[in-house]
Design a protein around this ligand. Structure first.
Ligand SMILES: [Zn+2]
Length: 284
């Protein structure tokens, strides 16, 4: 599923391809793909010019002036550049044609996600945007914010970092990587983390997400950018999907367990379950 880095790349691609261009055709496959429905979707978009493309959490935000498109790609959704117009179908769930000189963009597999249209002043009321916690690259996401958040919660630190209403944009892959980098076991109760560990989580979140954006995301299953290219961050994943392999730091076998309902990857040596702070001596 596209997380913060992938959604950043996708919105940047849409900007590169279509900024300043006008929509000449627009269609969705079914009424449930957009709150505007099959009939309302082209009515509200045709003739509009793309003025900007960005991201709120994991939602792509397309600014068309007096209407804003909010695209949630969920699981395996993608933005694809097509050679020519095609009517939407089960795969190409929403299609936009821009002029002059294209492009035609398909937003695929939105049956679990959507392409909603909102008035600009109402964007903050969208159910997925209204409850978003601070973005990891925002000023609000400070070590102080995490200290306060963690201090009053007994939930697992992984569960808390996955909760979009507490921190927006992180998903399963990057939370595992962040907690490994910080040396924090994902099952630790948030209120047991020491200030130094919280600092590490904070720094790792920004560093890892920034590096993943630089490498244009992680292609673990279906993710591709709008140019059809895969990301490259999967080569730098240190624990995610590496269960059974040696830890890159200490050589201990990486384990897979279930935390907060998600498959979770840990080095039991570098990320001790106890909150004593220091990992056991490395077994190189
Ligand atoms: Zn290790």
């Amino acid at each position: 599923m596209p997380e913060l880095p992938e959604v950043t790349v996708i919105s940047g691609d849409v900007r590169a391809l279509a900024l300043g261009k006008r929509i000449t055709r627009a269609a969705v496959f079914r009424d449930d793909v957009s709150n505007a429905g099959v009939e309302g979707f082209p009515k509200r978009l045709v003739g509009k010019t793309l003025r900007g493309a960005g991201r709120r959490g994991k939602v792509v935000v397309l600014d068309f002036g007096d209407v804003v498109g909010l695209v949630h790609l969920v699981i395996s959704g993608r933005v694809k550049r097509l050679d020519a117009w095609r009517d939407p179908d089960k795969e190409h769930t929403a299609v936009l044609e821009f002029a002059p000189d294209g492009p035609v963009l398909a937003f695929t597999r939105l049956w679990l996600g959507y392409f909603d249209l909102y008035d600009p002043e109402k964007v903050n009321e969208h159910p997925l945007v209204s409850r978003l916690g601070p973005d990891p690259f925002s000023e609000d996401f400070s070590p102080e914010y995490l200290r306060k958040l963690f201090g009053r919660r007994k939930a697992s630190v992984k569960g808390l970092l996955l909760d979009q209403s507490e921190v927006s944009g992180l998903g399963n892959i990057y939370v595992d990587e962040v907690l490994f980098a910080a040396g924090v076991h994902p099952t630790r109760k948030a209120n047991t983390l020491h200030p130094a560990e919280i600092e590490k989580v904070h720094r790792a979140a920004r560093d890892i997400l920034a590096r993943a954006i630089e490498l244009r995301g992680t292609t673990f299953d279906s993710y591709h950018d709008a140019f059809g290219e895969t990301g490259e961050y999967q080569r730098e994943l240190r624990v995610f999907d590496r269960d059974g392999e040696p830890c890159p730091t200490c050589g201990t076998e990486i384990e897979k367990l279930r935390v907060a309902g998600r498959g979770t990857h840990v080095c039991p040596n570098c990320q001790p379950v106890s909150s004593s702070g220091e990992p056991r001596t490395a077994t190189r």
